[in-house]
Design a protein around this ligand. Structure first.
Ligand SMILES: [Zn+2]
Length: 286
């Protein structure tokens, strides 16, 4: 029933404000708080209990891979890697019935962009200088190195460019799922939405009493103190750090939007949020 409500509002939510979100290591969109309020009003039930089940969007989305060739003209990406990327995306977005397909692969013979420098390269590549960009699809750019930002990838959140940049060495695995999570509006588990910081520090409490407004805004992702507690222990977290109530953190080391070492799942609220983001902000995608 709520999906019907959402779909109804797709038609009238025409004045979506444009904003951008870099996937890793930056601020959240300025209107993230408004987006969250809207989410709570549409997704949350009157009792305040969030939808305990998935929303089926029944949509197949096109991905265009743009691959920068090296100075010898080699893409350094195999057919197996493209297929693995699509397969892992389909696996993790299946609960909300989002599928992905590789509708085309474009090789770009400008090897200097293979060492990606976002401030100097992104607008040239996607804009009038070269125009390597396909409207209303998910444009994924594959580069050998990320000089700026020095990350495995980044993505624009809902309302921003339909663009994800990733390393050729990372795009066929969990990095693709993480960046697609950002693409559909998910913050990091250690983000702090009250200050629009993707990098925290999170003020979410272990007892989850402030979970709707602090941290990543979700109550089924445990409070995450990253990078406090980083170490060589299993999944990269060393038990010991405490929150403001003196309670020990037990962070979501298995969550795809974390930076811990055992990423393998989204939570129900994260799926709800991504379904909401698609329905309200990215439903124009083919
Ligand atoms: Zn990230």
């Amino acid at each position: 029933m709520r999906l019907k409500l959402i779909l109804f509002f797709i038609g009238i939510s025409s004045s979506i404000q444009l904003f951008s979100q870099e996937g890793c290591g930056s601020k959240l969109p300025d209107n993230y708080a408004a987006m969250h309020k809207k989410y709570n009003s549409f997704i949350a039930s009157p009792s305040g209990t969030l939808l305990p089940h998935d929303t089926c969007l029944n949509k197949k989305l096109s991905i265009v891979f743009y691959v920068f060739l090296d100075s010898l003209g080699n893409p350094n990406v195999t057919a197996t890697q493209y297929a693995a990327c699509i397969t892992i995306l389909n696996k993790y977005f299946k609960p909300i019935c989002l599928q992905f397909m590789n509708c085309s692969t474009v090789f770009i013979p400008e090897h200097e962009y293979n060492r990606w420098d976002r401030p100097n390269h992104e607008n040239k590549i996607t804009g009038n200088a070269y125009n390597w960009f396909t409207e209303k699809t998910i444009n994924i750019y594959l580069v050998q190195q990320m000089i700026v930002p020095p990350k495995a990838g980044y993505a624009y959140g809902p309302g921003g460019k339909d663009l994800i940049v990733m390393l050729k060495s990372a795009f066929s695995g969990m990095t693709a799922v993480h960046e697609m999570g950002h693409f559909f509006g998910l913050p990091h588990t250690f983000a702090e939405i009250s200050t629009l910081s993707e990098d925290g520090p999170s003020s979410e409490l272990v007892n989850e009493s402030n979970c709707q407004t602090m941290g990543d805004g979700f109550c089924d992702t445990e409070a995450d103190p990253y990078s406090v507690g980083s170490g060589a222990a299993p999944c990269g977290f060393v038990y010991g750090p405490k929150d403001a109530n003196n309670q020990y953190y037990v962070p979501p080391v298995d969550n795809i939007m974390s930076y811990w070492g055992c990423r393998c799942r989204f939570t129900q609220e994260q799926y709800n949020w991504m379904a909401f983001s698609y329905a309200f902000y990215r439903n124009y995608l083919h």
